[in-house]
Structure formats: C-alpha cells, structure tokens
Design a protein around this ligand. Structure first.
Ligand SMILES: NC(=O)c1ccc[n+]([C@@H]2O[C@H](COP(=O)([O-])OP(=O)(O)OC[C@H]3O[C@@H](n4cnc5c(N)ncnc54)[C@H](O)[C@@H]3O)[C@@H](O)[C@H]2O)c1
Length: 453
C-alpha cells in the first residue's frame, strides 16, 4: 500500500521503517528540514537500537520529504505521528496535530484515504481531526467531495526496544467509526498480525509469539485504551514506590516484596521495580491529560493523581537520602550515573536525572554526570544546567562524595567497583534503580543506600 507518515520522531520513524520493511511504499514527512536532510543521508536523528539497520534494509521502499504534496495525494493511509507535548493545565498542546491535519486536508487525493491518529491524542481528537481535514478539503477548491475517514491506532512501543515492540507487538488497537477503515488497516497490518514476514536477522521473532491480537473498536475506545494503559503502568510503578516507603520504615526488603507480589500471575513482575520513578515523554504527559479530560467531564481521577504525586516524591527522596548520609550538601561533589530517562535511549524528556541534578545544584552541590549515549544531547538541550559531563564513569566517581545511579544502563552494574571505591572522597552509592550488587559493593568498601532503605 502507499503510506504517508507525518512526523519522523521516535514513533513516526519507527512506524515508517517497519511498514516499509513489511513491503509498503512509505513516504515520511517532517516539518524539520535538517532532520529530513539527515535521514536522506542515512543518518538516524536519535539513538534507537536497530533503527539504522532497519532503515537501511527498508530503504528501497522509503523516502523522506518536507513537502506534503509529495506524500499525501497518492497515499491510501496517512499516519499522523507528530508530538503532542504537555500544554497548560494538563491537556496536551495540539498545535502540531492541528497543523498536520490542515496540511493533510490541503493535499488529500481523490480516492478513499484513511487518516490515522498515531500520536497520543485526547479522547475526541478523531472527530476534531476529521473536522480540521474537512475544513481544508472544502477550501482547496477542486469541487470534488473527497472521501476519507479518521481512525485511531495508538502506539505502545517503548523507546530502547521500539523496533522489537513494533514488529512483535502484544496487540494492535484500531479505532474507527466506519467498517471500511478497519478493513484498510487490517490489510496494511496483515503481515504483522499473522507474523508472516521474514524477520530481520538482528531481531529474530520471539519463540512464544503467535498471531498478534487485533482490537478493532470505535474511535473513543481506542483513544481511551492508550491513556488507560499508560496510566496503569505509571500507577504500578508508583504503587511499588509507595510500598517501598513503608518497607523502609518497617525494615522490609523491597526487592523481595516486589518479587513476592509480582510472581502472582494476576499482578506480574514488570513495572514493579522500586526506584526514582518514571520519566520520559509519555507517562507524565499522558496521566496529566487523562486527569484533564476527566475533569472536562466533571470527573476526578484520584488514583492517577496519587500515582503522579508519589512519582514526584521519589525524586525528592534522592536529595533527602543524600542529605541524611552526607549531612551537609553544600560544597559536596555528586556523580550521577545515567542521564537518559531510561537505558537504550538518548531521550532526555522528563528525565529524572535532570530534575535531580537541578535540585542538587540549587543546594550548592557540584554535579558531574556520565551517560553512554545521551551526553551530546544533554549539552544541546540543557546548556544552562551546570553539570560537568565526564567521559567515563570512573571520572564521574573520582574524588566524589557520592555516586547516584539514576539510569540502569547494564554497563554500570559491571563497573570495576573494587577499583572505584578508593578513588572517591567517600565511597557512597545511592542505587536509584536497585540494580547494583549490594553484597559486592559492600565488600568493595562502599556504603550502599537504596531509596527504600
Ligand atoms: N516516544 C514514545 O515512546 C511514544 C510512545 C507511544 C506514543 N507516543 C506518542 O507519539 C507521538 C509522537 O511522539 P514522538 O516521541 O515520536 O515525538 P517526537 O517529538 O520525537 O517527534 C515528532 C516529530 O513531528 C515533527 N512535526 C511536528 N509538527 C509537524 C508537522 N506539522 N508536520 C510534519 N512534522 C511535524 C517534529 O519535527 C518531530 O520530528 C506523541 O503523541 C507521543 O505521545 C510516543
């Protein structure tokens, strides 16, 4: 099929690369000319494992442009995957979505086209996008009634394993109010739903995967599924962090508690890791948007609000713990391991490390940091935050009063901790993700501290 993707960020570029890999003809459009130039040169504008390989493998089916007129008129399916960043009062800022919908409307071809909201958009956005497109279709003066439908196809990929999640999803959700819409999207996704494509060599198909479940529903339900899923994952993390606070008071081991809860198949072990809490571009924004939507309908969401509050508290706890251990923070040097909001990405949006660094600096602490892939981006995006970036974790630790592990990059677990301890002014580690080997660090001479005791 002919497919257009609007927005070449984490979601748009991944979707485009995967659909092209499956054999569709994909044109990716972005408003950012530098990004499009880079993509044409074969450069990937952000760090995402295997994306460069997949783009190369799919290159004969892929093209990149800033010009909507090269992508839209022939497209049978158009995915809108632009950013929907946090706006004022909790609701997302929909200006990029609005601009994209208008531009699509101006260029729509004469055949039936499905316009898909892939961006995470508030409930009701399907109808809104339809009205925006229709406005421009009527204005473009051809006199021909254009035939299109708007669908919702929320994205569930995780940065860091985006290609895996897109090729081998747990489910595909499609929302639309016309049967024809679901048919078109079913045809588009068929190789993925039936898992009939030949997997890339670098990402073999997992053994356990069978046919991928398809949830075909109405627009509002699909839109709500995305928000409800993200809110649930957020509150699972906050729940274990809340239990962690009690575990600390009563002297319980939060790791054993989490395992003991999570092995109950009704609960599950994933998203039950205690620590500094969630970051990233989605959970904060989407929980705020869910609360904002509910309030439009005169409803409160006390559980979701509490999850946000607990998450906020966890970052404050990092500062409190360091203060308890070091007594005076002013004039201390603290090394931060990990800047990205999670491992295997360079995405710094809402990264806990940034807020923790800012609060430490406000308390008079000198902050150093290391990250395997996010430091260049940090320099660009946080020019005013006075953090000394270090080439290695060893340099971050040298002469420091404490190390704080904020992002659980696997290589931090494997550091030569025995050699690190004597280089620090005081060998103190705050393990913000409970991934380090507590016994080993103790034997290496470290004082090991977690957020829950
Ligand atoms: N990043 C994730 O892990 C993830 C996961 C699921 C859902 N989502 C949702 O997907 C959407 C996109 O997120 P992202 O992280 O890919 O965003 P992003 O910021 O990485 O990318 C958005 C892209 O859209 C482009 N753009 C903006 N306005 C445009 C326009 N009018 N025309 C063409 N291009 C335009 C920008 O230049 C940018 O390249 C958001 O709604 C987000 O909530 C993100």
């Amino acid at each position: 099929m002919n497919v257009a993707i609007i927005g070449t960020g984490y979601v748009g570029l991944t979707t485009g690369a995967c659909l092209a890999f499956l054999g569709h003809k994909v044109t990716c459009v972005d408003a950012d000319a530098n990004k499009i130039e880079a993509l044409r040169r074969g450069e990937v504008p952000f760090y995402e494992p295997h994306l460069e390989d997949l783009l190369a493998d799919a290159s004969r089916n892929l093209s990149f442009t800033t010009d909507y007129s090269q992508a839209i008129p022939d497209a049978q399916v158009i995915f809108i995957a632009v950013g929907t960043p946090p706006g004022v009062g909790g609701a997302p800022d929909l200006r990029y979505l609005q601009a994209a919908a208008h531009s699509v409307g101006e260029q729509l071809g004469p055949h039936f086209t499905v316009i898909v909201n892939k961006s995470t958009v508030p409930i009701g956005s399907g109808n809104w996008v339809e009205s925006l497109v229709r406005e421009r279709v009527q204005l473009n003066g051809s006199g021909q009634p254009k035939c299109f439908a708007v669908a919702s196809n929320p994205e569930f990929l995780r940065e860091g394993s985006a290609i895996h999640d897109s090729l081998y999803p747990d489910r595909v959700v499609i929302g639309g109010d016309q049967p024809k819409t679901a048919e078109v999207l079913y045809t588009l996704y068929r190789p993925l739903l039936d898992q009939t494509f030949t997997p890339p060599t670098y990402l073999p198909r997992p053994d356990r995967i069978g046919a991928v479940p398809l949830i075909s529903t109405d627009l509002a339900s699909a839109e709500l599924i995305k928000y409800a899923a993200n809110a649930f994952l957020s509150l699972k993390i906050s729940y274990i962090n809340e239990i962690g606070q009690l575990a600390e008071r009563v002297g319980a081991d939060i790791l054993q508690v989490a395992r003991g809860i999570g092995l109950d198949a009704r609960i599950g072990t994933r998203f039950l890791q205690a620590g500094v809490g969630w970051g990233g571009s989605c959970f904060g924004k989407d929980t705020a948007a869910l609360i904002a939507t509910a309030s439009e309908y005169k409803l409160e969401m006390p559980i979701v609000s509490a999850a946000r509050e607990v998450n906020h508290r966890q970052r404050e706890r990092v500062i409190d713990k360091l203060q308890q251990e070091l007594k005076i923070l002013k004039g201390r040097t603290v090394g931060v391991l990990g800047l990205a909001f999670k491992p295997r990405t360079d995405d710094l949006r809402e990264a806990p490390a940034i807020e923790i660094a800012r609060r430490l600096i406000e308390r008079g602490v000198r902050v150093r940091a290391h990250d395997p892939v996010a430091m260049e981006r940090f320099k660009r995006e946080q020019p005013d935050l006075n953090v000394a970036l270090c080439a290695t974790p060893e340099e971050t630790a040298s002469d420091a009063d404490a190390l704080v592990l904020v992002t659980e990059w696997p290589q931090y677990r494997e550091l030569d901790w025995e050699a690190l301890a004597p280089t620090m002014r005081s060998p103190l580690v705050l393990d913000g993700r409970y991934v380090l080997d507590r016994g080993r660090l103790g034997r290496a001479g470290f004082r090991y501290v977690g957020l829950a005791g």
